[in-house]
Design a protein around this ligand. Structure first.
Ligand code: PFF
Length: 458
C-alpha cells in the first residue's frame, strides 16, 4: 500500500489546519491587490454590494460543492470526476481546472514577484519623498526590465514548490497556520493607520455607499469573476483541499468560515487602501498599479511610512504565498495520482512547466510585447480570462455535477457526515446548486455577451 498515490493521500491534521489552508488559498492577491482596484474601477459601493450577493448566494454553495466532490472521491480534480462519474465526459471539467491552474499561477507569480521587489525596495530605502510620476516610471521600468521581475518570480516559485514538496500536514498546513494570523495582524495595523489619516472619511463613503446607477452588465460580470477568483473556486483547488479534509470535519461550516474570512479580509483591504487614497487626493480607479504606484506614494508622504510600507509588502507576499501553494497543489496532486509520480517529481515537473508560461507572461509586460492574445498582453489576457471566464464556467459545471449528476443521498451523506449532523440547510443548498446558481451564472454571462442588449467588451 505504498504506491505514490496512497502515500500522497494524506489529510489535514486539525480543523484549524483545514481552515488556515483553505482561507490561505482564498485570501491572496485577489483580496489585497485585485479587489481594491477592481472595486475602484467599477464604482466602489455598488460593486461591493453585488460582490457580496455573489459570495453569499453562489460562492458559498460552489465552495461547498467542491468540498463534497473532493472528500467524497478522495482524489485530485481529474481523478475525482473519473471516480464519481466513470466513463463519462465529466473528467474534462477536471482538465479545465488543471489548465486554469497553469494560467492563474503563470500571471499570479509575476505579481507575486513584484511584491518581493517592492518589499526589497522598501527595506533598502523606502520610497523617500518620491512623487507619483517618479514612482510610476520606477514601476514601469521595473516591469519592463528583462531580468529583475523574472528573478523574483522564480524566487517565489521556489518558495511555493518548497512548501508543496513538504506535503499537506508538514508543508501546507504548517505554514498556513503560522502565516495566516500574521496576515490578520498586519492588515489590522494598516486599517488603523489608514482610518486615522485626516480626510479618510471620503474613502469609506466610496467603498460603502452604493450608487445603483453604477451597476451595469460589466460591473456584474466583474463582481462574479472577482468573487470566484477571491474564493479560489471554479477550478478544483478546493476539490483538492476537500480531498484532504477528515471525515469528521463539517464541510458546510468550513465553507462558510472560509468565505467569511475571505470577504472580511477583502473589505479590510479596501478599508486599508481607499481612505488612504482619498486622504491624499488620488483617484481610486488607477487599475492594477494601484498598490504598486499609488500606495508607495502615500507611504512616502506619511509619518512612519517606511514601517507601513514594509509590513504592507510582507502582507502581500504572505497572502500570495498561501494562495500559490494551493494552486500548485492542484497540479501536483493530479500528476502524482493520475500519472503515478512521486510528490517530488510531480512538484518539480509542475513548477518548471508553469514557470515557463510564467516567464512568458512576465516578458509580455516588457521585452516581448508581441506576446498578445486578442489585443491584450499575455499577462492581461490570462488575468482577465481566468477570473471572468474560466472560473465561472468551471463553477457552473461543478454545481451542475453535484446538483444533477451525483446521487442526492451521497451529497447529503457528505454534508451531514453520514447523518450525524442535522444539515438544516441541505434543501436550500440543493435548490441553489440545482437551479439558482446555474441560472444566475448563465444569465450573468449572456448579459455580459450583450444578449439582453447591453454588451461589454471582455
Ligand atoms: N483566491 C486567490 C486570491 O484571491 O488571490 C487566488 C486563487 C487561488 C484563485 C486559487 C483560484 C484558485 F484556485
Amino acid at each position: 500500500m505504498n504506491s505514490p498515490s496512497t502515500e500522497l493521500r494524506e489529510s489535514f491534521g486539525s480543523r484549524i489546519g483545514v481552515i488556515a489552508a483553505a482561507a490561505g488559498s482564498a485570501i491572496g492577491l485577489g483580496n489585497i491587490w485585485r479587489f481594491p482596484y477592481v472595486t475602484g474601477e467599477n464604482g466602489g459601493g455598488a460593486f461591493l454590494l453585488v460582490y457580496l450577493a455573489f459570495v453569499i448566494f453562489i460562492g458559498v454553495p460552489v465552495m461547498l460543492s467542491e468540498f463534497v466532490i473532493g472528500r467524497r472521491s478522495q482524489r485530485n480534480p481529474v481523478g475525482a470526476f473519473k471516480k464519481l462519474a466513470p466513463r463519462t465526459a465529466w473528467p474534462l471539467i477536471g482538465f479545465i481546472g488543471i489548465t486554469a491552474a497553469f494560467t492563474i499561477l503563470a500571471f499570479y507569480t509575476t505579481v507575486s514577484g513584484w511584491t518581493l521587489e517592492y518589499l526589497y525596495l522598501s527595506f533598502v530605502n523606502g520610497f523617500g519623498t518620491a512623487k507619483k510620476a517618479e514612482l510610476s516610471t520606477q514601476f514601469s521600468n521595473f516591469v519592463a526590465d528583462g531580468y529583475r521581475p523574472l528573478f523574483w518570480q522564480l524566487v517565489f516559485m521556489l518558495l511555493t514548490a518548497y512548501i508543496v514538496l513538504k506535503g499537506i500536514k508538514n508543508g501546507i498546513e504548517k505554514y498556513t497556520k503560522i502565516l495566516m494570523p500574521m496576515l490578520f495582524l498586519i492588515i489590522m495595523l494598516l486599517v488603523i493607520r489608514s482610518v486615522t489619516l485626516p480626510n479618510s472619511y471620503a474613502g469609506l463613503v466610496f467603498l460603502f455607499k452604493p450608487d445603483f446607477s453604477k451597476i451595469t452588465a460589466d460591473v456584474v460580470i466583474q463582481a462574479l469573476g472577482q468573487s470566484f477568483f477571491s474564493l479560489s473556486i471554479g477550478m478544483g483547488t478546493l476539490i483538492t483541499y476537500g480531498s484532504y479534509i477528515n471525515k469528521k470535519d463539517q464541510l458546510g461550516t468550513t465553507a462558510i468560515s472560509v468565505s467569511l474570512a475571505d470577504t472580511l479580509i477583502a473589505v479590510l483591504a479596501g478599508v486599508a487602501i481607499f481612505p488612504a487614497v482619498f486622504a491624499f487626493g488620488i483617484a481610486p480607479e488607477s487599475g492594477p498599479s494601484l498598490v504598486f504606484i499609488t500606495l508607495p506614494m502615500i507611504f512616502s508622504q506619511m509619518t512612519g511610512g517606511q514601517f507601513f510600507e514594509i509590513i504592507f509588502f510582507i502582507l502581500l507576499a504572505i497572502a500570495a504565498l498561501t494562495s500559490t501553494i494551493s494552486v500548485l497543489e492542484v497540479v501536483v496532486a493530479y500528476l502524482a495520482e493520475e500519472l503515478k509520480m512521486s510528490r517530488k517529481k510531480a512538484t518539480i515537473l509542475a513548477s518548471v512547466s508553469i514557470s515557463i508560461l510564467g516567464i512568458l507572461c512576465t516578458l509580455s509586460q516588457g521585452p516581448l510585447p508581441e506576446l498578445r492574445i486578442a489585443g491584450y498582453s499575455l499577462f492581461d489576457a490570462l488575468e482577465k480570462s481566468s477570473a471572468n471566464i474560466f472560473l465561472p464556467i468551471g463553477g457552473l459545471f461543478i454545481v451542475l455535477f453535484v446538483g444533477w449528476k451525483m446521487k442526492k443521498e451521497d451529497v447529503f451523506d457528505e454534508i451531514t457526515n453520514q447523518n450525524t449532523l442535522k444539515g438544516r440547510f441541505k434543501i436550500i443548498y440543493l435548490l441553489i446548486i440545482r437551479f439558482a446558481a446555474p441560472v444566475a451564472i448563465a444569465l450573468v454571462f449572456l448579459n455580459g455577451l450583450g444578449i439582453f442588449g447591453s454588451g461589454v467588451e471582455a
